[in-house]
Design a protein. Structure first.
Length: 100
């Protein structure tokens, strides 16, 4: 009877060992799959960040041109206002830098 119990415990331990190995393999496969997915997402994010960074100079140039055109239009439509504003800004900057 004791021998049967020892054999049953031994069988249970073997089954437990096999189940543990199977679970470890499944966990490793899941980890490798998730790791691949995460790697792909990181590469996609990095590529989109590079693409967005490449667009920044073009956007900056376009915005600068828009500001230049609107400033030119304003100066042509309001020449005295532009002269007065420029003189005022120049005077303020002169006063600020003269105190230093």
């Amino acid at each position: 009877m004791a021998e049967a119990r020892v054999e049953a415990v031994s069988d249970d331990l073997k089954a437990l060992s096999q189940d543990t190995r199977k679970m470890a393999r499944e966990a490793q496969e899941t980890f490798m799959q998730k790791n691949g997915e995460l790697s792909a997402k990181c590469a996609e994010f990095f590529n989109s960040a590079i693409a967005a960074a490449k667009e920044v100079p073009a956007v900056a140039v376009a915005k600068t041109k828009e500001v230049a055109v609107s400033t030119d239009d304003y100066v042509h439509h309001n020449p005295w206002r532009a002269v007065t504003l420029s003189a005022g800004v120049g005077l303020l900057l002169g006063l600020l830098f003269a105190k230093r």
